[in-house]
Design a protein. Structure first.
Length: 94
């Protein structure tokens, strides 16, 4: 994955900033926040490699750092998409 903050003139590779995601895991969704310009969410799907663990991450600094937010999700369930509630930015749907 790459991110640009200048309309595509320059790109920064952020692929290695997702700690805990096995190499080669498919990026299933990258979703920008509707409430905060610097916030985005990423989900990863490893079922093609028999990895059914949830991988969900958030950034609040335009992709400079990413934090895993799947620690309380049940193991054995792949996450393919994520979205914010339309009114409450603290509620996420997987």
């Amino acid at each position: 994955m790459h991110v640009s903050r200048d309309d595509g003139a320059n790109w920064t590779n952020i692929t290695t900033r997702f700690t805990g995601v096995p190499k080669g895991t498919f990026v299933s969704r990258l979703t920008p926040s509707a409430f905060d310009e610097g916030t985005a969410y990423a989900t990863f799907d490893g079922h093609r490699e028999d990895d059914y663990n949830p991988y969900v991450y958030v950034t609040t600094d335009y992709g400079a750092t990413w934090r895993a937010i799947a620690s309380n999700l049940p193991k054995g369930h792949v996450v393919r998409c994520i979205t914010e509630d339309l009114k409450n930015p603290n509620v996420l749907y997987l």
